[in-house]
Design a protein around this ligand. Structure first.
Ligand code: CA
Length: 361
């Protein structure tokens, strides 16, 4: 290195140090954010307990030494359940905790980041998000709205739901009034179901009063907490519609850009922690609640008949093809999701699935 380039290197170093100074100052800055939720105050998994919205806020507070404080609001406290998207978009709040499939009316591709009927499980979804380009696509979908998103929770596979009468054939679906959000609602609708989208808190009264004949919510623990087993006794098991439902942390991008890098990293890492911890919580609580529902609550639990699953799968393919044909972004996300799924399925067949079906016994 000659004298001139040494001088310019030194100069550049000094300039770097000078630039770093405000960053050090901003690292001491504190931020007070608000997070809304699509779920009511106290709702297990979503609002309370390990991996929930309040746990996420606590972890961020602890990791940041109190520099990023997030006040968490349940559905209806600041904005109604399904208005978090608009609140974050407008910057009224910095974050919302919900599921992206509630926003399919804003952007159809949002469905893929919650759950795709007959799609990937928890492991497959995480593979796609963290290493398969899923997370980048999610942010691309929300870029026109000035928002970014992170996976921050997962229920694992959900249950098909609660029915006043057992479903024995495809014909039983015709005219059935059912609470079910997302793409799966469209699939049921094409088989004659009268689909209703209700927030969690409104499901039980609607089912009990007969406003609806059937409902899906989450899984044994959360469903039992809503009292759904008191309003309907048939519990159709493994959810074809939501094989691993992702909780979404939606963030206003302008607010995000104002955070120092270390706080951004803290939010990212706390969300990844909650993604895993919340799913672990579900495994424990659902296994206990399922046993209780069957043994003590008079619930009949069984899978849907094969013929019904077959019809739902055929309709799902049609509904997805229609969504892809209508919207270029949906097409892009669909192709990425399905390409990853194809590889993951082949791998899973000789690893996880093979273990459960052929090895464990
Ligand atoms: Ca659900």
């Amino acid at each position: 290195m000659n004298a001139v380039s040494r001088r310019s290197a030194l100069k550049a170093g000094l300039a770097g140090a000078a630039l770093a100074a405000p960053a050090v100052a901003s690292a001491q800055q504190t931020f007070n954010w608000k997070m809304t939720s699509a779920y009511g105050k106290g709702a297990p998994f979503y609002m309370d307990g390990p991996g929930s919205a309040t746990d996420l806020a606590k972890r961020i507070d602890a990791m940041s030494g109190g520099r990023l404080k997030i006040q968490v609001f349940g559905a209806g406290e600041l904005v109604p359940a399904f208005e978090g998207f608009d609140a974050v978009r407008a910057g009224t709040v910095e974050m919302n905790h919900a599921n992206s499939y509630f926003w399919t009316g804003k952007t159809a591709a949002a469905q893929y980041f919650t759950a795709v009927p007959f799609g990937m499980n928890f492991q497959g979804m995480n593979g796609w998000f963290y290493d398969g380009g899923g997370l980048e696509l999610w942010n691309e979908v929300y870029a026109p709205f000035g928002m970014i998103a992170l996976p921050c929770g997962n229920t694992g596979v959900q249950m098909t739901g609660w029915f006043k009468k057992e479903i024995t054939s495809v014909a039983d679906l015709k005219g059935l009034k059912m609470r079910i959000p997302g793409l799966a609602g469209k699939v049921y609708a094409s088989l004659g179901v009268d689909v209703k989208v209700l927030p969690g808190g409104e499901i039980f009264p609607a089912l009990e009063r007969g406003v609806i004949d059937a409902a899906e919510f989450v899984g044994p623990f959360q469903d039992r907490r809503l009292g759904l087993h008191k309003a309907a006794k048939f519990y159709h098991t493994t959810g074809w519609h939501e094989p691993a439902t992702v909780s979404e942390l939606l963030i206003n991008k302008a607010a995000w850009m104002k955070l120092p890098k270390d706080l951004q990293a803290i939010v990212e890492n706390a969300s990844a922690a909650c993604n895993v911890i919340s799913e672990a919580w579900c495994q424990k609580h659902n296994s206990e609640a399922m046993e209780d529902l069957i043994k003590n609550q008079g619930v009949t639990a069984k899978p849907l008949p094969d013929a019904v699953i077959k019809a739902l799968r055929a309709e799902t393919d049609k509904v997805l093809a229609e969504a892809v044909a209508k919207d270029p972004m949906t097409k892009k996300v669909h192709e990425s999701y399905m390409a990853f799924k194809a590889k993951y399925d082949r791998w899973s067949e000789v690893s996880e699935e093979a273990y459960h079906i052929k090895v464990r016994g």
